[in-house]
Design a protein around this ligand. Structure first.
Ligand code: TYM
Length: 359
């Protein structure tokens, strides 16, 4: 779409994977901020079920998690009257555009992606850069559990297609998506350069606060939906008792001092969670906890998280009791998304030289 054809409001697009219940990291680093953008932008919020099958998945679980993810979006403030909520697999165009973009993406750019390397490492593979700048993909025979599927490598191209299909101006994400966004921007620029101005080059919107909430058990890692450690992640739908248990058993350190710093990842993470959920700044919290113990900090953090999530959980239960309503939201969302997607896709097909279909 040409700049002049753009709707007046900026277009915002962002998504989450329905690969499990959303986490407190998803909420604080992403969803809570999305909900503040509804009136100033035209917002598209996708549930990217196609991304979820890059990891091993159980079909019935994916179906359940997908509709649950929609209910969580709405419960977190994504009012369907003021934004477009859609399932990625309901819209033709995401994979089609990904193919076109993939044909312009050097494979080395994908092998260099940090998240790809991390996910491959989990399966027992490692990616290293050779002296000739070529990538070496090797596996540690004993640890390798399965092969790394090519969808995992192609993942960032599909993500770029999700964004460029809607000509998004801004993409609100947490810090872990920074590199994927950079690739998306490169692909938009490359296509515009090769074929003429087509895509808006999107800007990432990364929050200053809570852009990377960390695991409660290994605070050097981000809090993640798929952590194997049952105490590492706070899920949006965890009952209050479980939230308290997880926070009270969070890993800290032995020096007993409550302050923020890279040498204190566990305490800093708790301070970050308390600041983001309770509304006080980290400096104020450090001051008010002077001379107090870690148990007090943990207990205050647990109270704050429980209080914040209580209304979200209540609304979620109401929504899940009305599947008909949720499905009607998806129908309307898919129609709006599809309209936009077709417009971009037909333009892209024309530019790359595909012969037009007779009308
Ligand atoms: P996903 O599903 O892992 O996460 C959804 C959003 O939550 C943010 N996030 C976090 N923020 C702070 N702390 C954390 N511990 C934390 N964990 C996750 C993520 O940054 C994200 O904003 N690849 C994406 C999904 C995607 C997408 C897109 C995003 C597919 N297509 C197009 C934006 C635009 C992902 O796996 O997000």
């Amino acid at each position: 779409m040409k700049k002049t054809e753009k709707p007046e409001k900026p277009v915002i697009l962002t998504c989450a994977q329905p690969s499990g219940v959303l986490t407190l990291g998803n909420y604080l680093g992403a969803l809570r901020n999305w909900a503040t953008l509804l009136d100033t932008a035209e917002c598209f919020f996708g549930i990217v079920d196609m991304h979820s099958i890059t990891a091993k998945n159980v079909p019935a679980e994916l179906r359940k998690n997908s509709i649950s993810c929609l209910a969580q979006y709405i419960a977190c403030g994504m009012d369907p009257e003021r934004c477009h909520l859609f399932m990625q697999s309901h819209v033709i165009g995401h994979t089609e555009l990904a193919w076109v973009l993939g044909c312009q993406t050097p494979i080395g750019d994908l092998q260099r992606m940090t998240q790809f390397k991390e996910k491959a490492a989990k399966l027992g593979f490692s990616v290293t850069e050779g002296e000739d700048n070529g990538m070496r993909f090797s596996h540690d025979g004993a640890r390798a559990q399965a092969s790394v599927n090519s969808g995992l490598l192609f993942y960032p191209v599909l993500m770029a297609a999700d964004i460029l299909l809607y000509n998004a101006d801004q993409v609100p994400v947490g810090d872990d998506q920074r590199q994927h966004l950079e690739l998306c921007r490169d692909l938009a620029r490359r296509f515009n350069h090769n074929y003429s101005d087509t895509f808006t080059v999107p800007e990432p919107l990364i929050p200053k606060q809570a852009a990377r909430i960390r695991s409660l058990q290994a605070p050097e890692k981000k809090m993640s939906k798929s952590d194997d450690d049952p105490l590492a992640t706070l899920y949006l739908l965890d009952p209050p008792k479980l939230i308290r248990k997880k926070i009270m058993s969070a890993v800290t350190d032995s020096d007993g001092e409550i302050r923020f710093g890279t040498d204190k990842p566990g305490i800093s993470n708790l301070l970050q969670i308390l600041a983001a959920t309770g509304g006080e700044s980290i400096e104020t919290l450090v001051h008010s906890f002077e001379g107090k113990g870690y148990a007090e900090l943990k207990s205050a953090t647990a109270d704050s998280v429980v209080a914040l999530l209580e209304p979200v959980q209540k609304r979620y239960e109401e929504l899940m009791a009305d599947k008909g309503y949720l499905e009607s939201v998806l129908k309307v969302g898919a129609e709006a998304a599809q309209q936009r997607a077709y417009r971009t896709l037909s333009k892209v097909y024309r530019k790359v030289g595909f012969y037009p279909r007779a009308r």
